[in-house]
Structure formats: structure tokens, C-alpha cells
Design a protein around this ligand. Structure first.
Ligand code: WTA
Length: 678
């Protein structure tokens, strides 16, 4: 049996062994107030009405010029939505709300420390600040529509303000997760050829001051070595009145944003009217091969999809207070902290800190104080909260009507705890399955009309038509109990446009497997391959089983195994590296790193620590291996491929299966002994 066959059998077995869960229903009270409480929405968004059905989402926005073509497939599979239309994202997220809602809070910024007051930034204040920052980008940095800028900021209000200011000018932003290393930041700045890097002196997390500015210095140097020069580094000050980093500002390159802004008080910048298909941002994501892919998202299609799904699936109303506890450095934060909620004039919470600081009650105190009623987080956080403070939520008087889970499959037991304890048995849950590439939700229930099923992401979102295919492209029917590759039959406005600067990679990775005619201009010939394994139940609900490729999902964040392995290989002592995911109670998966050393190098604890550090330095702490195993050799096929499946089974204390086809079967027992002895 080939490695691939073996994997498929395993996935299928998982599916068969899983029991169907009971339905949970939304309350009458919830249904009555929901933005969608009529099942006819699925007819409106049926394939018969495609693509015009998606005009309903575009109509939620304010356009400078209306589109003439809803979907242009002439350059398939690089789809163009709302062609002919023009709009500005910052105008849609701010200016258009001023007439009626200027005094409404746009962003509640909750600092890490409970001693520091929460900032309630109104739409009017956001307008003023975004204009001033846009003026700095335009007049001080010379940025204009189509240029790229890299942002390496943590969760402070300055992050959405910076994004919106760039969007006001039509400058394409690329946000790098604040916890990522200088080299990750440099790679992204280099790939996007960003002339400007925006960072901050430091920030707080879990009670600690994190000095952040030095990361920019290093990123600058690394990027320079890669042949790309960052011209200006703009540094926000966490405490506006003083510069707080121990790394000084470099003359002629680094500028304190807060100082520069003093010269742009009350300056207004006209929003630049952008074509719907102009790129709004890049978001880099890990794939199977080494280099992260810059997913390029559009202006009109992306914003329409973020707005529509925020209204219909997040069910946000004008009076709601909405808290998505993701990081804006990931796609969830882009779509469902910043662009979706602000485009429909919501009040959105930006929290600097961590869920368990100073104690397990922190989230619930924030929820109580701000009277949050819509809550959005990931299974990894739910598991952690369940572990550290299972009874905490009951001590606080907050009321969620709606809760979201996103990022990885949620175990039914964890779902039920989320529902009963955090949701106090009342809140509806939407389990939203989607990806960086997809801009917004793909599978989810509609909170006001669909029953929920723990562990299942539900049917396709309105206008999204998923299908499960086997390796040969045959459809696996609902209720068959067999796992396959989940695909989306049709394009949708939120889908990314391409991999930045790499059209071939976009086509190969997402359409290569199932497109039968690469010259076709008919979207029906281009099913989108998500790269996840899934089973579809008889009721049409999809259960996602995880990645079919070798990406490791740690705490809801995707890490490429190749990226981790190549970081380890940067240690000169390392001969081979193989990373496998290990199940972890809280994080979902953790990377276990197997290393074989070059001949003559001694395996020591110091060396293992050095390799681990190297991975953290190159990628970020999030990639820290659970354990670095220095093994005498890797289990390999006869053609020399490392058998990650075998290593994975050892790490997860599972059955290694048939190993007799290996070139060196004897090594398996040796590695097993080593890992089990630990
Ligand atoms: C996984 C995050 C099960 C999936 C929005 C997907 C999920 C990858 C779910 C994308 C969910 C995300 N249930 N699995 N509700 N949501 N995933 O790009 O494997 O960071 O392909 O986007 O996370 O991760 P990404």
C-alpha cells in the first residue's frame, strides 16, 4: 500500500468510527432577532442564481461606481468580481457611518493590564486618526495606490488604524503576525517588495513588556541580504508620549510615527476610489513547500464577502458588541475583527493580552464590562479555558447570544462545554470552516435557521456549494461515510485572486488536481481544492478532518512542515529533519522534530536545544518543537523518502503499521524505544 493509500484508509476509518451527534436548536428568542430567519436564503443563493446572487453582498457596500459584470471568468481561474465597480475600503468602514453613527464606538481597545483603562474609539475619532496616518503614508513616505507596505504589529488599536490608512490610499498591506520572527517579517517584506515597514516600540502580553523594535532592525538586515532594501521604518509608540524600546531609532531610516504625526494634525486625505478587483492586502500562509504563499485579496469582492458574512452568519446588529479573540495578524482578524464588522458599523473589540492573564476570569470580566454579546474564538482557546477555569464563566454576569469557533476541528466534548458553560446553554454556535485563501466562511450553519451539530461545520454558507471528491474526482455522496477531498464547486467573491507574483502556483495548488481542461473559461470546470479531508453526512453537514497535505495546525495556526524543517537544516550539524504533528490537548497539534546529524557530530541536549531555538528564531515561538529527537537515522522508503507517517505514529504512540517495505526497517524499533523511554 502506498503512503497515500494508507493515509486515506486512516481518514476513512476515523469517519466511520465517529458517531453522529444530536442536533441543538437556536432559541425562539434568537431566531426572532436574527438577520436571517427565513430558509429562502438558500434558494436565493442557489447555483441557478449564481453569480448574480452575490450582488446581495455587494449591495451592502457604498460604491463610487457600480459594477457592470458580477463575475468575469475570462482569465479563469483568476476570477474577477464586480468588474467595472469602484469603491474605497476605508470609506466603507468609516466615512459612510459618520452621518448617523459618529459617536458610536468602532473599536474598544482592551489593554493587557487591567489597570490601564479601556479605550473606546468612536467612528469620528477613527476617522480623524486614519486620515492623519494616511497623510503620513502619502506625504511623508510617498506611498501611492498599488504600492505594498509590511506591517509587523501586535494587537493594539494602531494595527487596524494602520491597515485602514493604507487602504484609504489603495496601498496593499501585508500584515505579519506580531509574534513572528524578524526573518519571517523580512521574507514577507522581500516577497512583496515593501518599501515601508510599520512596527511598534513594544507592547504588553500576559503582564510582560515585549520589546519589539529590535525585530525590525533584524528584519531590515535580513531583507537587505536577500537583496531588498526597506526604505523607511515607522515605529508606533505603545505609550504615545514616550519612546519605550531599548533599540534606538536609526537616523534617516526609522521614524517615530507619533512624532511624525504631530506635523499632520487634522489633515484629511480623500479616499482613493479603487477598482473592485484591485488588491487590498496580502496574507501569507504556509503550504506544503518551503516558501509561504502571499494570498492576494481583492478590494470589492473581499469586502462584500466579509460584510455579507458578518451580517448573516456573525449576525451582527447595530447595537451589538462583538469580540473576536483572534489576532489581526491572521485572516480571521482581518475579516472578522476589522473589515467585516467595521464595514457594517459594528463595535469591535481589540484585545492586547492573553485569555488567562492575570487569571482564568479575564475574558469574562471583559465580556461583562463591555456587555459583549457576540463572541468568536478558536478550539485551542476553548480547550485552554476549559482546562484552567472550567467553572469561571458562571461567576460573571455576561450574556452571549452568539458564539463562533474557527481554525481547526472542534471535538464534540469541547463544543458542548463551549455551549453549556461559556454560552450558558443559550448562545448559538457557528462552527465556521474556511481558510486564509477563502477570505470568509465556507461551511457554517446559519444561526437563526439551522440546527447545530457538535463537531460539524455544517452545510455550505449561502452561495457556497461544497462537494467531497475522491482521488479520481468522483463525488462521495452524503451519508456514504467515506472521507475525501472537500472542494467548492463555484467561485465566490471572498476567494483570493492569486498567489502574489506566482500564478502557476495558484493554479497548481488549488485547481491542478481536479481541473480537466486548463483552457476552459467556464467556472464549472474549476472546482476549488481546499486541501482538507472531510466527510459529508446524510443531512449535508460537512465534518472537517484536517489537512490532507503536511501542514501542521498549531493552536489554529498553520505551519508548513517544510518551513520548520528548513529552519532546522540551517544548523550546520543537521543532516536531515522531519517534522510530524503530535496531538496536543490544548493546541490541537504540536510539531515533533526528528533530526539526524551529520557524521561525527555528537548528539547532546545542548545541540537539541540549539536546533529548537533556531526554529523559534527563524519562524517564531509558535513553531517551537515539542521535542527534538536526535535519531541515528530516518526511516526511509527504498526511493529515499523519509516516512513521516511512521515517525508520526511513534510520536503519537500509535501503530506504525507495515514497515517491511522500508529500506531500513530496523531503525523503527530503535527510534520507538527512544521516544517511549522519554
Ligand atoms: C482548518 C483560518 C475544522 C482547516 C480561518 C483549514 C478548520 C485551515 C476550521 C485554514 C473549522 C479552519 N473546522 N477545520 N471550523 N477552520 N480549519 O488559513 O484545516 O489559518 O484548511 O484559516 O484550518 O487555516 P487558516
Amino acid at each position: 500500500m502506498s503512503e497515500k493509500d494508507q493515509m486515506e484508509v486512516n481518514e476513512a476509518q476515523i469517519a466511520v468510527h465517529w458517531q453522529e451527534e444530536d442536533y441543538y436548536y437556536p432559541s425562539e428568542e434568537f431566531k426572532a432577532q436574527a438577520n436571517v430567519n427565513d430558509k429562502s436564503i438558500y434558494d436565493r443563493f442557489s447555483l441557478d442564481n449564481f453569480p448574480e446572487c452575490f450582488n446581495e453582498y455587494a449591495d451592502l457596500l457604498t460604491w463610487d461606481e457600480k459594477w457592470h459584470t458580477t463575475l468575469d471568468t475570462s482569465d479563469a481561474p483568476l476570477w474577477k468580481w464586480y468588474v467595472g465597480g469602484k469603491l474605497n475600503v476605508s470609506y466603507n468602514c468609516i466615512d459612510r457611518h459618520l452621518a448617523k453613527n459618529k459617536n458610536k464606538t468602532a473599536i474598544h481597545f482592551v489593554p493587557d493590564s487591567e489597570d490601564e483603562p479601556i479605550q473606546h474609539i468612536t467612528y469620528q475619532e477613527l476617522y480623524t486618526r486614519v486620515n492623519e496616518v494616511a497623510a503620513v503614508f502619502r506625504d511623508f513616505c510617498g506611498l501611492k495606490a498599488g504600492d505594498r507596505a509590511t506591517i509587523h504589529l501586535p494587537m493594539t488599536a494602531e494595527l487596524p488604524i494602520t491597515m485602514l490608512a493604507l487602504a484609504r490610499l489603495g496601498v496593499i498591506h501585508s500584515v505579519v503576525f506580531g509574534g513572528f520572527s524578524p526573518s519571517a517579517c523580512a521574507d514577507r517584506a522581500e516577497d512583496s517588495k515593501s518599501r515601508v515597514l510599520i512596527t511598534i516600540d513594544g507592547y504588553y502580553r500576559g503582564g510582560k513588556w515585549i520589546d519589539h523594535k529590535a525585530n525590525a532592525d533584524e528584519a531590515y538586515e535580513i531583507s537587505k541580504k536577500e537583496g531588498h532594501t526597506i526604505e523607511k521604518v515607522l515605529v508606533w509608540q505603545r505609550h504615545p508620549e514616550k519612546y519605550s524600546s531599548s533599540s534606538p531609532l536609526v537616523d534617516g531610516r526609522d521614524y517615530s510615527m507619533n512624532e511624525v504625526l504631530k506635523g499632520y494634525k487634522r489633515v484629511k486625505v480623500d479616499p482613493v476610489s479603487m477598482p473592485a478587483e484591485a488588491p487590498l492586502f496580502l496574507m501569507y500562509t504556509s503550504g506544503t513547500t518551503g516558501k509561504p504563499k502571499g494570498c492576494q485579496h481583492s478590494t470589492g469582492g473581499y469586502l462584500a464577502y466579509a460584510a455579507g458574512t458578518s451580517k448573516y452568519i456573525q449576525d451582527i446588529h447595530p447595537e451589538d458588541v462583538y469580540w473576536c479573540m483572534a489576532d489581526i495578524g491572521w485572516i480571521t482578524g482581518h475579516s472578522y475583527i476589522v473589515y467585516g464588522p467595521l464595514s457594517i458599523c459594528a463595535s469591535s473589540v481589540v484585545y492586547e493580552g492573553v485569555p488567562n492573564y492575570p487569571d482564568a476570569g479575564r475574558c469574562w470580566r471583559i465580556a461583562e464590562e463591555l456587555d459583549i454579546n457576540i463572541f468568536h474564538t478558536a478550539p485551542t482557546v476553548i480547550r485552554a479555558l476549559r482546562k484552567i477555569g472550567p467553572d469561571e464563566p458562571a461567576k460573571y454576569n455576561y450574556n452571549f447570544k452568539h458564539m463562533t469557533t474557527v481554525g481547526e476541528p472542534i471535538e464534540p466534548a469541547v463544543w458542548k462545554w463551549y455551549h453549556e458553560v461559556i454560552g450558558k446553554g443559550k448562545a448559538v454556535i457557528v462552527d465556521t470552516w474556511w481558510q486564509t485563501e477563502t477570505g470568509g466562511f465556507l461551511c457554517t450553519t446559519l444561526p437563526g435557521i439551522s440546527p447545530m451539530k457538535p463537531g460539524s461545520a455544517g452545510p455550505g454558507a449561502p452561495g457556497i456549494h461544497p462537494i467531497v471528491l475522491d482521488e479520481d474526482g468522483n463525488e462521495i455522496m452524503p451519508g456514504e461515510g467515506k472521507a475525501g477531498n472537500i472542494c467548492i464547486k463555484n467561485p465566490w467573491p471572498g476567494g483570493f485572486q492569486t498567489v502574489y507574483g506566482n500564478r502557476e502556483r495558484y493554479i497548481d495548488a488549488y485547481y491542478g488536481q481536479y481541473c480537466k481542461d486548463r483552457n476552459s473559461k467556464d467556472w464549472r470546470d474549476w472546482p476549488y481544492l481546499a486541501g482538507d479531508a472531510a466527510v459529508v453526512a446524510a443531512d449535508g453537514y460537512f465534518r472537517i478532518l484536517g489537512r490532507i497535505d503536511d501542514v501542521i495546525n498549531v493552536s489554529g495556526h498553520r505551519l508548513g512542515t517544510k518551513e520548520i524543517e528548513s529552519a532546522a537544516m540551517n544548523c550546520e550539524e543537521v543532516a536531515e529533519a522531519a517534522v510530524v504533528p503530535v496531538a496536543h490537548e490544548i493546541k490541537g497539534k504540536e510539531p515533533d522534530l526528528y533530526i539526524s546529524l551529520k557524521p561525527g557530530i555528537e548528539a547532546t541536549d545542548e545541540l537539541a536545544a540549539k536546533i529548537s531555538l533556531r526554529v523559534c528564531d527563524d519562524i517564531g515561538k509558535i513553531a517551537r518543537p515539542r521535542k527534538v529527537w536526535l535519531v541515528p537515522d530516518m526511516p526511509k522508503t527504498r526511493s529515499g523518502k523519509i516516512m513521516r507517517r511512521v515517525l508520526g505514529a511513534i510520536s503519537n504512540k500509535g501503530d506504525v503499521g507495515n514497515i517491511m517495505t522500508l529500506a531500513n526497517p530496523e531503525i523503527v524499533a530503535e527510534i520507538k524505544k527512544m521516544v517511549e523511554g522519554e
